[in-house]
Design a protein around this ligand. Structure first.
Ligand code: NDP
Length: 330
């Protein structure tokens, strides 16, 4: 089977030479293990951070070893009583055709509820991030005005819909093109703007003239600076990501107005989804109901083939995706 390896560490934007696709023998499964033929894999912004040799909440990718990340696939060999051949599972060994791992590191999914790739998105880590960030970290309350950046992306598109379903008075989104702005409006965002059209602060003030209560930050930089200006007293920021700076080689120029947090008594709280497992069951039940009732829409941008996975990853960082970027493997 093929696997994608990190050949060298990128500086700034990754280039093709930083990666290598290698044909490697599929390890034979030990007791308790399964072999999974991967059907699809996720490419996520956090993977960029793991390409750097820095200590973080997940260890860096090793050089000359396969990358890893969320994937769904079908069990084709099982040495475990807990999994049978044909089971569809979600697990953490993407970036390869075949994954060999202990059955306990796989989770069986229900394809009757949603297509398997939904478990990488709305029903998976992406969805839980949107839910936990809005409900617990951002402590959104009915009647709040909420601002969400990267509103047409995987997390942002869900966060916006969840905000409306939980009674937000007004939900404003930002995204990188007119088509994405139109998409966010289709999803139910009350207002949306293209952040290229002018200073983010001006666009946000226009879209939310009375200010905002919660900012769900996927972008950082100028977006965070704009939100700090527009937040009302006791407002909250759920610091989810800073995709605008993941490929930067110099520190970001914004936000310059952080001290506003003092007088307005703001709460800025960073979070990582893996610390919100206590919400997983509540989230899974709620999202399943929303999907069944057609209350949440979830779109994917699909790229075919492991050989195109690096292109898909870079494309996602550049904004090629609407909804979740997914690589179809077979
Ligand atoms: P998205 O689907 O939102 O894809 C990334 C998007 O970032 C692109 O589509 C692009 O959209 C946008 N983007 C790229 N550069 C810029 C820029 N300079 N300014 C503004 N937008 C930019 O990815 P995800 O939904 O998977 O992730 C969204 C955020 O959530 C990321 O910051 C990620 O790191 C974070 N995250 C955090 C988790 C956690 O546990 N804390 C877990 C999962 C995700 P556009 O065309 O609009 O520019």
């Amino acid at each position: 089977g093929r696997e994608v390896r990190l050949a060298s560490r990128p500086s700034g934007w990754p280039v093709a030479e930083n990666f290598q696709i290698v044909e490697a023998p599929v390890p034979s499964p030990g007791p308790g293990h399964v072999i999974v033929r991967n059907i699809a894999m996720s490419v996520d912004p956090y993977m960029r951070g793991r390409m750097n040799d820095v200590k973080s909440y997940v260890p860096p990718f090793a050089l000359d070893a396969p990358l890893d990340g969320g994937a769904v696939g079908e069990v084709i060999v099982s040495e475990s009583p807990d999994r049978k051949v044909g089971d569809l599972v979600v697990h953490g060994l993407g970036w390869r055709d075949y994954a060999v791992l202990d059955a306990s590191r796989t989770k069986v999914i229900d394809p009757g509820l949603a297509p398997p790739t939904a478990y990488l998105g709305a029903l998976g880590m992406t969805g839980l991030t949107a839910y936990a960030g809005l409900v617990e970290v951002g402590a959104m309350r009915p009647g709040d005005t909420v601002f969400i950046s990267s509103a047409a992306g995987a997390v942002g598109s869900l966060a916006g819909q969840i905000a409306k379903l939980r009674g937000a008075a007004r939900v404003v989104g930002s995204a990188g093109s007119a088509a994405k702005v139109a998409y966010a409006r289709e999803l139910g965002f009350d207002a949306a703007f293209d952040y290229h059209d002018g200073p983010v602060g001006d666009s946000l003030r226009e879209a939310a003239p009375d200010g905002i209560d919660v900012y769900f930050d996927n972008v950082g930089g100028d977006h965070l600076e704009a939100a700090l200006s527009s937040l009302r007293p006791h407002g909250r920021v759920a610091m989810c990501g800073a995709v605008a700076q993941y490929n930067n080689t110099t520190p970001p120029a914004a936000p310059r107005n952080l001290a506003l947090a003092i007088g307005k008594q703001l709460t800025l709280k960073g979070f990582i989804v893996s610390s919100y497992g206590h919400l997983a069951d509540e989230f899974a039940a709620q999202m399943a109901e929303w999907l069944r009732d057609g209350k949440v829409r979830f779109d994917e941008t699909t790229v075919d083939g492991l050989e195109n996975s690096v292109r898909a990853f870079l494309g996602m960082l550049r904004g090629d995706n609407v909804g979740k970027m997914v690589v179809r493997l077979s």
